[in-house]
Design a binder for this molecule. Structure first.
Ligand SMILES: [Zn+2]
Length: 259
C-alpha cells in the first residue's frame, strides 16, 4: 500500500460554529457537512449538528481503522447505526427533522481507490492524463417539483426512495450512496469538498478542472480563500446563505522516486 498524502482545510462561515468536519488517516479521507436546521423546527434531538458530525466521523474513523477490508457502505451504515445508538435513549429518532449530514469518503485498498458519496459533498478525481472525473450525488438538486423547495417537501423526501439520502438515523442510507472504485494507478489526485466550496462551480462558474488545479497547486486553504473572495465580490443567490462552512481535502500519492 502506497499511502496517501492528504492536505485539508475547514473553515466555518464567518461568526458561526463549524458544522463541517474533515478527518483523514494514512489511507483514507472523509468530509462531512451537517445540515443547518431551519429556525424554529423541532428536531426531536437534544444534540446539535456538530455533535452529530463528530459522532458520525468518529465512528467512521474507527471502522476504517479497525475493519479495513469491510466495504464502504457497510462501514458507513455501521457509523450511522452507532451514532443513532448514542442518542436513541434521549432523542426521537423517528422525527424527520433529526440532524443529518452529508458524508463522502475515499479509501485506498491495495491497488484500488474506493469511494462513497452520500448527498451533496462531491469528489473529483484527477486522472493521469490530466482530465477530471467528478463523482456527485445530485439527488438533492433534482427533487420532484423543482426549486425553490418548501421545507415540507424536503422533509417528506429525506431518506426516501425517489427523494434523497443523507446520513442521519437510517443506516440503509449508506447503501443508497453513490459508490465506486478507481484503479490507483490512474489517479494523481482527489479533491473532496463540501457545498460551501463547490459554490465556486455551482454559482460562480469556475470549471471543476480549475478548482482541482488550485487545490493541487496552492492547497485547500487557498481554495477556501477563493470562495470567500467570490462571495464578497458576487454575493449569493436570493435563497442561499451569503457564506457557508467550507471544507476541502486534497489527496495525492508520493511519486515512485519518493517511496
Ligand atoms: Zn440527539
Amino acid at each position: 500500500m502506497v499511502g496517501m498524502l492528504v492536505a485539508h482545510a475547514s473553515q466555518p462561515a464567518p461568526g458561526r460554529r463549524n458544522e463541517d468536519l474533515v478527518i483523514s488517516g494514512s489511507t483514507w479521507v472523509a468530509v462531512l457537512d451537517g445540515a443547518t436546521p431551519s429556525p424554529g423546527v423541532e428536531s426531536g434531538c437534544v444534540h446539535d449538528v456538530p455533535w452529530l458530525v463528530a459522532h458520525l466521523g468518529g465512528a467512521l474513523a474507527r471502522g476504517l481503522l479497525t475493519r479495513p477490508e469491510e466495504k464502504l457502505p457497510d462501514l458507513v451504515a455501521a457509523a450511522i447505526e452507532e451514532t443513532a445508538a448514542g442518542h436513541r435513549h434521549t432523542c426521537d429518532l423517528a422525527n424527520p427533522d433529526s440532524p443529518s449530514s452529508t458524508l463522502t469518503v475515499l479509501r485506498e485498498r491495495g491497488d484500488a481507490l474506493d469511494y462513497l458519496v452520500l448527498c451533496d459533498s462531491p469528489m473529483a478525481l484527477r486522472r493521469t492524463g490530466g482530465e477530471v472525473t467528478v463523482v456527485a450525488d445530485d439527488r438533492l438538486d433534482r427533487l420532484p417539483g423543482g426549486k425553490p423547495y418548501t421545507r415540507e417537501l424536503v422533509r417528506s423526501l429525506r431518506n426516501r426512495a425517489g427523494g434523497f439520502w443523507v446520513a442521519s438515523t437510517r443506516p440503509e442510507a449508506a447503501h443508497e450512496a453513490v459508490t465506486g472504485s478507481a484503479h490507483r494507478a490512474t489517479v494523481t489526485g482527489a479533491l473532496l469538498a463540501t457545498d460551501g466550496v463547490t459554490r465556486l462551480i455551482d454559482w460562480y462558474g469556475t470549471p471543476w478542472r480549475d478548482v482541482v488545479g488550485v487545490a493541487a497547486a496552492d492547497g485547500p486553504a487557498a481554495l477556501i480563500g477563493l470562495v470567500r473572495a467570490a462571495e464578497r465580490e458576487h454575493g449569493a443567490p436570493a435563497h442561499a446563505k451569503p457564506h457557508d462552512d467550507a471544507t476541502a481535502a486534497w489527496a495525492t500519492w508520493p511519486s515512485p522516486q519518493a517511496r
